[in-house]
Design a protein around this ligand. Structure first.
Ligand code: 2P0
Length: 336
């Protein structure tokens, strides 16, 4: 019998328009609420998993540097999960190449674990469909489950009483989107150094200590339904307003944790104000932010080049224009 000996996959980051912030199960990586994102067409991550029979340990290289500490542990744990499902024991060599700064709130872990899930499942002959792959990727990093798919994607939170919550929490593409909707997302790269607090630690602290977290969570559940309706109608004004409010609420919740998690810098606030001012001047611009100081701006794709130039001038920082991007794909596979 021939077996797969190596597989390589590429995946893109996604930016949530309705955010995931907080786990109700840390082992299964089950969120407190569902979320909805747009997969980007920029910053791909490529990951190769090569089975290495006869070696005693996994080896992991991130951008040609041997991984260690927490980053290594998370990837080895993930490979263990794939091995446990397939009854395989061989170790592997993982090589991952990012085109986005890691740990700066630019969704590198989403693209990274989505590419790893597809490459590892293929290399170990796990034969998973895309929905099952999204469940698997979720175990590596919650937001990664959404990067298995292209376009707009919803990640379902399993209901607390669910019999099999692992099965019930997966991502799927949102197909009911108005055909004329053409959104761009401009990433303003204010700072690309790794964040001081990991999102994992930050969300845990927010859930445990922020008095604003319960109300943000309630508003997120409503925002999800509203966002689905706005996407269906192709109503960019509503999409932008829901996304901005949800992101600002998430930051307000984390900034009132004990001790506070403060990802927003003076430069972030300056840009958030600038985006509001542009809107007052009649532009269709809305901001969103993730676990880092960088600001992403939603706008009509037809206006993106002009608005990106305006944002670059206002922030003295580089900008990258993204559009809706593709699903994760397998780019090579070899058998022996
Ligand atoms: C999101 N973020 O929905 C939210 C918004 C950042 C802010 O998902 O602990 O790396 O690995 O499940 O997915 C970042 O958190 O966290 C994230 P883990 P993850 O995109």
């Amino acid at each position: 019998m021939t077996r797969t000996s190596s597989a390589a996959a590429v995946a893109h980051p996604n930016i949530a328009l309705v955010k995931y912030w907080g786990k109700r199960d840390k082992v299964l990586v089950l969120p407190h609420a569902g979320s909805l994102s747009m997969t980007l067409d920029v910053f791909p991550t490529t990951t190769t998993v090569r089975i290495t029979p006869g070696t005693a340990e996994d080896s992991v290289f991130i951008d040609n540097v041997p991984a260690r500490g927490e980053a290594l542990r998370r990837i080895v744990d993930f490979l263990d999960l794939v091995r446990a499902r397939t009854g395989r024991r061989e170790r592997a060599r993982v090589e991952t190449h990012n085109t986005v700064p890691v740990g700066a709130g630019l969704a590198s872990s989403a693209a990274g674990f989505a590419a790893l899930a597809l490459a590892a499942a293929t290399a170990y002959d796990a034969c998973l469909d895309p929905t099952s792959l999204s469940r698997l990727a979720r175990r590596g990093s919650g937001s990664a489950c959404r990067s298995l798919f292209g376009g707009f994607v919803q990640w379902h939170a399993a209901h607390p009483g669910e019999q099999d919550p692992d099965h019930a929490s997966y991502a799927e593409p949102v197909h009911d989107v108005h055909p004329d909707l053409d959104i761009a997302l401009i990433a303003v790269l204010l700072q690309t150094t790794p964040k001081p607090v990991s999102s994992r630690e930050a969300m845990q602290r927010t859930v445990a200590t922020s008095p604003l977290f319960p109300s943000w969570l309630r508003s997120t559940r409503e925002a999800l339904a509203d966002m689905r309706a706005a996407l269906k109608d192709g109503d960019l004004d509503r999409i932008g307003a829901i996304a901005e409010r949800n992101a600002l609420g998430m930051h307000a919740a984390m900034e009132t944790a004990l001790p506070p998690v403060t990802y927003r810098t003076p430069a972030s606030h300056h840009l958030l104000n600038h985006v509001s001012a542009l809107r007052e001047r009649g532009e269709q611009t809305w901001a969103t932010m993730d676990a880092g100081p960088n600001v992403k701006v939603l706008c009509p794709a037809t206006d993106a080049t002009r608005i990106a130039a305006e944002l670059a001038a206002a922030s003295a920082s580089p900008t990258v224009i993204a559009r809706s991007g593709p699903a994760a794909t397998l780019i090579s596979q070899s058998r022996s």
